[in-house]
Every structure is written in structure tokens, then in C-alpha cells.
Design a protein around this ligand. Structure first.
Ligand code: HAM
Length: 421
């Protein structure tokens, strides 16, 4: 029989402990921590569909972006309607708020889910990947920028991310952006014979994106090009300085070549990178998109947001401290021991931080302890016939050198488990 494999760039995440970063248990720990942080910042969850009308992404992410140009998964449904798998979450959130006529009030949202981009897969770059996102809707430039960066810093802190650099820039408002693009285009036009096809395309569709070019010839030409810093207002420059001054203990760099790969940004933009990630070094990014609500047919509503790449964050997160203590529960009997199982059932409510793994298949004590060690358990609780008769258990520590063990009453065991942090 022919075997069927997963599609290129789409992984199965399976929860095997302590293997690599794409294991679902590590991903889950990171997601759980992010949700805690989001709730701490008073955000509410929003869930939008994975499939949207193709038009939505053309008009938001923009047809000058690689995401729409080359990477969108688009196909016809049974009604010949052109639909796309979402490549990102912002467009769907904005569509939803306009559709529900909620675009006259403020909202603070978070979301989490898979996104799809037909990219060339490599380490840290997949065709199906997971993002957690934040969108603050209805907030003018100012405090909401500080709040977004505060969240980035909390993520770094809570997940023990070292070597993070937060890059910030300001693209100006719509008019400033247009003026700068015009001047950049004027400067670059005499150089077009030295630009590659991709950069000429960018120049025609969205000149800002050329600042992102990896081509060294283009980069050399750009050295003498007009700079966005000469176009943005004093308020915009002050905002960047204020952000740096508010968080002096963090590496926040003003980078005027930071433009981001989606067309909807206006004003403040940012990215966080880590050198531990290799070529795909950005683990989150976002910015302000004050024009998007109107562009999608809604009321004028200022907004700012960001998205975090879960696989990349999970790769750099030092989240051993987030792992719960695993207790392996071994009932040494081949038949169902109701009394022993009841003890396991009741233990689960005594400390919610613990994982109590009842071993569901049999074997000798030796093989079961081997299994507990393989699962990286910290303790084993063993109940054999003697313990059942005397209403006790054996508690064995699996992490200490001379794995000591002791016999405890059920009350003593409960007290001990409650004391584990
Ligand atoms: P983005 O920069 O396109 O922004 O994506 C955010 C993050 O998703 C990236 O920093 C990266 O960590 C991760 N990511 C992107 N593509 C891939 C991929 N192919 N494989 C693995 N991870 C990937 C957005 O998506 C915007 N919607 C962010 C935003 C929200 N702006 C305002 N609100």
C-alpha cells in the first residue's frame, strides 16, 4: 500500500518530552505562558476562521507583499469562490469587527492559531506555522505603543529569552509615507539598471519595501538614498526616544531601515530578533495600521498589533522552569485495584501544578520504573499488595543520586505533594 506523508513544510507536533523545540509539549508550555501574559494585560480572546475570501488579503496585507504575491494558499471552493487560508491574523480580526459593526468602540484582543504561507521551508520557516497575536483597536498613537513594547519585554522575561534585540522605527503617517516613497523612487530611478527584478518590482509597487532588500548592490545604492528619519515628524522621533527611555534596561534599537513585509503599516513598527535563531531571526513583529479599517470598508479606527511566531519563540525560550513536576503512579497488580486507583484519582486535586501519570499498562516494577525515568518523572508512587493492606504508598524520588524511597500514609503523601512548588 502506498504510504501517505505530510505536505512539505507542514509538521506534526507530537508531545514527546525534551526532544526538540517543535515538540507539542514545549509549544504548549509557551502558548500557555503567552495566554497568561495576555490576560494579565487585560486582553480578550478573538477566534476568526482559517479560511477567508482571497480579496481580504489582497486589500490588507497588500498585493505588493510577498505574502500575497507568492505565498497565499488560494483555491476555488465548490461555488467557484476564490478563498485563501489565512497567512496572518490581523486582516481577519479587522474584517470581523467591521462586519459586526463594532468598529466604533475600543477592543483589546489576543488570538492563537495556525497560519499558512507557501514559503521555501527552512529552519524556522514553515508553510504551516503557529502565531499568537495581539490587536489593540481604537487607540491613537502614544500609550498603546508603550503597552505593546511592555508586552514584548514581559514575553522575554517570562520565557527567559536572552540575546533579544527589539528594533523600532516610524514610517510616518500616510502623507509622510507617500512623500518619502516619492523621493526614494526619484533617487532610485537612475539606478534601475543595477537593481534586480525583485527590487524593480518593489520600487514599482511599494518603494518602502526596497529598504528590506538583501541584494548587496541595492544595499550599496541605498547608502546615499533619502532616509525616513528626515521625513518623519518631531513627534514621531520623540515617540521612538520615549520608548527607548521608558525601558532603559532592554536592548531597544532605532532602525530606520525596518519596514516590515506587510503593506498595511503606518507609523510605529517593531520587530524582536534573536541571534540564537539563525537566518530567520525575527520571532515577533508588528506595528500601527491606522488606515486598515477604512481600507476594508469600515469606520476610521486607529489600531496597533503584533504577532509572535510560536515555533521560533519556543526554540529560544528557556522554559525548563515552566515544566510541571511529573509523578508516575505505579499500581503493582494485573487486575483492576479499585482502592489504588481511587488514591490516584483523589491525588489529582491536591496540587494542580503536578502531572500525575497513572501507568496504564503492566510489567515488572523494574520495567515500570524504567518507563517512569524515560518519561522524565521526578517521583514514582508505588502501590503493591502490602501497601494496599496497610493503606500506605511507597514514594520514590527518581532525580536524586541514591534515589531514596519511603513509606507514607495517604495523608502524609497528600501533604508532601501539596508542598511541591
Ligand atoms: P509577520 O512579521 O509576518 O507579522 O509575522 C509575525 C511572526 O510570525 C514573525 O516574526 C515570525 O516569528 C512568524 N512567522 C512568519 N512567517 C513564518 C513562517 N513561514 N514560519 C514560521 N514562523 C513564521 C504578521 O503576521 C502581522 N499580522 C503582525 C501584526 C499583527 N501586525 C499588526 N498586528
Amino acid at each position: 500500500m502506498e504510504k501517505i506523508n505530510s505536505l512539505t513544510g507542514m509538521s506534526d507536533l507530537i508531545g514527546e518530552k525534551n526532544k526538540d523545540s517543535n515538540q507539542s509539549d514545549k509549544i504548549f508550555q509557551v502558548e500557555k505562558k503567552l495566554v497568561e501574559i495576555f490576560e494579565n494585560y487585560s486582553l480578550q480572546e478573538i477566534r476568526t476562521p482559517a479560511l477567508e475570501s482571497e480579496k481580504l488579503f489582497n486589500r490588507s496585507v497588500g498585493d505588493s507583499s510577498d505574502i500575497v504575491n507568492k505565498e497565499l494558499y488560494t483555491f476555488k471552493d465548490k461555488n467557484e469562490k476564490s478563498i485563501s487560508l489565512r497567512p496572518e491574523g490581523t486582516a481577519g480580526v479587522v474584517r470581523s469587527i467591521i462586519e459586526k459593526k463594532l468598529d466604533n468602540e475600543n477592543h483589546r484582543f489576543w488570538y492563537l492559531g495556525p497560519m499558512w504561507r507557501y514559503e521555501r521551508p527552512q529552519k524556522g520557516r514553515y508553510r504551516q506555522f503557529y502565531q499568537a497575536g495581539v490587536e489593540l483597536l481604537g487607540y491613537e498613537e502614544g500609550l498603546s505603543e508603550l503597552e505593546m513594547i511592555s508586552m514584548v519585554i514581559s514575553i522575554n522575561l517570562e520565557l527567559n529569552i536572552n540575546n533579544s534585540i527589539i528594533k523600532i522605527n516610524h514610517l510616518g503617517d500616510k502623507e509622510t509615507k507617500e512623500k518619502f516613497c516619492k523621493s526614494l523612487k526619484k533617487y532610485l530611478e537612475p539606478h534601475t539598471s543595477n537593481l534586480d527584478k525583485k527590487d524593480i518590482d518593489r520600487l514599482n509597487k511599494n518603494p518602502l519595501r526596497i529598504l528590506d532588500s538583501k541584494n548587496t548592490d541595492t544595499q550599496n545604492i541605498l547608502e546615499k538614498a533619502p532616509k525616513i528619519s528626515d521625513f518623519i515628524s518631531d513627534e514621531a522621533s520623540n515617540l521612538l526616544n520615549t520608548i527607548q527611555n521608558t525601558y532603559p534596561d532592554n536592548k531597544i534599537e532605532i532602525d530606520h531601515s525596518l519596514v516590515r513585509g506587510l503593506d498595511y503599516y503606518t507609523g510605529f513598527v517593531f520587530e524582536a530578533i534573536s541571534e540564537n535563531l539563525g537566518a530567520q531571526d525575527s520571532y515577533l513583529g508588528g506595528g500601527r495600521y491606522d488606515q486598515l479599517f477604512e481600507d476594508l470598508g469600515g469606520k476610521s479606527l486607529p489600531a496597533i498589533g503584533m504577532a509572535i511566531g510560536i515555533e521560533r519563540l519556543s526554540y529560544i525560550a528557556n522554559n525548563e522552569h515552566l515544566e510541571s513536576t511529573l509523578v508516575s503512579f505505579i499500581i503493582l497488580s494485573d487486575k483492576i485495584e479499585e482502592k489504588a486507583y481511587k488514591i490516584a484519582h483523589n491525588l489529582r486535586s491536591c496540587n494542580k501544578k503536578l502531572i500525575i501519570e497513572v501507568q496504564l499498562s503492566g510489567g515488572s516494577l523494574k520495567s515500570r520504573l524504567r518507563r517512569a525515568n524515560k518519561d522524565n518523572a521526578t517521583f514514582a508512587i508505588i502501590i503493591g499488595k502490602d501497601e494496599l493492606d496497610s493503606d500506605t504508598v511507597i514514594l520514590k524520588s527518581l532525580k536524586e543520586e541514591n534515589s531514596n524511597q519511603k513509606q507514607l500514609t495517604i495523608d502524609e503523601l497528600e501533604d508532601f505533594l501539596k508542598s511541591i512548588d
